[in-house]
Design a protein around this ligand. Sequence first.
Ligand SMILES: Nc1nc2c(c(=O)[nH]1)N[C@H]1C(S)=C(S)[C@@H](COP(=O)(O)O)O[C@H]1N2
Ligand SMILES: [Mo]
Length: 420
Amino acid sequence: MTDNHAGREEAVAGGGLLHRRTLLIAGAASAGGLGAGLGAATIMRSPAAMREPGAPLSPYGTRASSSEVITRLLPDLPFAGSGSSRTPLERLEGTITPNGLHFERHHNGVPAIEPDTHELLIHGLVRQPLLFRYEDLLRYSRESRILFLECSGNSGTIAAPEPVQASAGKLNGLVSGAEWTGVRLSTLLGEAGVAPNARWVQAEGSDAAGMTRSIPLSICLDDAMIALFQNGEPLRPEQGFPMRLLLPGIEGNASVKWLRRLKLMTTPAFSREETSKYTDLRADGRAELFSLRMGVKSIILAPSFGFDLAGPGVREISGLAWSGRGRIRRVDVSADGGASWAQATLGEPVLPKALTRFRLPWRWDGGAATLMSRAVDETGAVQPRRAEWIAHYAGGQGYHSNAVQSWRVNPQGKVSHVYA
Ligand SMILES: Nc1nc2c(c(=O)[nH]1)N[C@H]1C(S)=C(S)[C@@H](COP(=O)(O)O)O[C@H]1N2
Ligand SMILES: [Mo]
């Protein structure tokens, strides 16, 4: 038994799922593939690009002129102030979202903030209140972490009575992955001196929404960060320039952008964003308040809605998985609507609270197939099936939607969103 499944296909579950170590070699096995019929002369002739110097240096790179322009997915009727744009997940590869394609969620637009005049105040139950200018924070030692950021309302349409027919990004693009660099919040809180009776920290943004969220002190003293850079560059205005709170694994709403104030308190403030909004009413009539941690989740991006299959054959199923509790342990994929499952390969390194890419080869025989993915995280938490997720909540739940999603491929290769 070799470890490498190159050259042979081992079906490991129904519907044509192949062992995860099956090597996909496009075209080589099919008729008219690589090499056949090409004369040496054809191969040796140097292309035009080799016969003259290329374009000069440029101060800021651009896309390849022939490549498709990938943009954020904007709502059909964008209105000023509150709204969101989504990351076109199905058009991207790997796990890092380019800065210009990071999803946006603003409650009252993007404020124009001059870093020279912006200040961050830490006050309340502290030994000494402190005021930090942007340039003060730039002098602190920094750390970088690759993390996902997901809006609590992401994938909320999974609760709709009929499956919404839209692309994976339209349905799930309120999540992005980036390398964030900044200052550990615990360092700044340590300087201010946390009073023994402090339990909560209220964060406030300096946008016209005056967004405030109360966050348990334990999270602020753990891995919370004041982010100053995103994927190597200063934060984009849309992501909170000059500084934002970044809470790994926590619902996006609490990562307050354009951060101006942190107040230490004994209790939460019970602001609008943590009472009338971002509270989850359960089927048993009780409400989950401060349900901050994002659940274990995965979505299939290839194949997905909008990318119909041209014909039968071997292809790769791929998608993203993440969990607010830590690392992804495994992702299982089904091609027969959940009757059987096969384990996918996880892209290394698998980082805690970050997007993880999964892949699995699949031979589509041209029949109807229902594709699903189900993630398990390192705490053993399993992504719930849709019925299970729906049953947990009272009607109308749109937050913390981490239910398994399904794509149906019909015999014509058309991909649609289904409930299975
Ligand atoms: N000050 C402020 N912070 C904010 C928001 C906002 O409107 N104002 N939106 C929140 C919500 S709901 C989410 S999901 C994330 C989105 O971050 P992003 O726009 O960088 O993707 O920011 C959060 N922080
Ligand atoms: Mo959000």
